[in-house]
Design a protein around this ligand. Structure first.
Ligand code: FES
Length: 219
């Protein structure tokens, strides 16, 4: 384990000559817990948000989630256009999108099951299997690969005691390989739930995992 000070704040804002807080960069509604009624309206159709606690059998689109779905519906011209943000919401609620969840979304939107399954299985951002509280996606694409991504990936697997795609016995971690995360200037990039950790090297891995364990309940 490295003795160097922890240098991966988990967001890009306070690097270089800037001195911004995470809240300055991302807004307070995006940090840690996302409110069930949804954060900034612009976030609704964005990358699926991951809640730390998974509830694979939770009811879909009830209460505040029903309201959020209706808000999303109001922004799009038809059911097919609503599909991606509706799947995002389903994953936020249940933690992954099972075939049964895909069918439930299809029914809710009045779309064919085959269409919904085709869309949901196309995108790697939808977890088709249950994942741990922290889904660790290590970019191993070209820029990151040239800067040691394979070693970073190996370190995450070793320190979580898992094989690729497997969830650790305590339910905390699932480690997977990811294609380019669009942070090629800060290799190696690792996305953990909805946060980016940048300039990660293998020596940083134990500190990152310790930090995640100490952030009980954060996304
Ligand atoms: S190659 Fe890793 S973020 Fe682009």
């Amino acid at each position: 384990m490295s003795d160097a000070p922890f240098k991966n704040p988990g967001w890009a804002g306070n690097t270089g000559e800037f001195d911004l807080t995470e809240a300055d960069v991302r807004g307070t509604e995006f940090v840690g817990h996302r409110p069930p009624e949804g954060g900034h309206p612009a976030a609704a159709p964005s990358y699926p948000y991951m809640l730390a606690d998974k509830a694979p059998d939770a009811p879909l689109f009830e209460g505040p989630y029903k309201e959020r779905l209706e808000k999303i519906r109001g922004r799009y011209p038809n059911a097919r256009a609503v599909l991606l943000p509706a799947l995002n919401l389903a994953q936020e609620i249940r933690g992954h999108v099972s075939p049964e969840t895909m069918d439930a979304v299809a029914e809710e939107l009045g779309l064919a099951s085959a269409y919904v399954r085709g869309v949901a299985t196309f995108y790697t951002m939808y977890n088709k299997r249950p994942v741990g509280r922290h889904l660790i996606q290590v970019c191993t694409n070209i820029s990151c690969n040239l800067c040691g991504a394979d070693e970073v990936l190996a370190a995450f697997l070793e320190h979580t005691g898992t094989e690729m795609g497997e969830t650790s016995a305590d339910g905390n971690f699932t480690v997977v390989e990811a294609e380019c995360l669009a942070a090629c200037g800060f290799p190696t990039c690792v996305q953990i739930n909805s946060r980016y950790f940048e300039n990660v090297n293998e020596a940083d891995v134990p500190q990152i995992l310790d930090r995640l364990k100490s952030e009980e309940g954060e996304g």
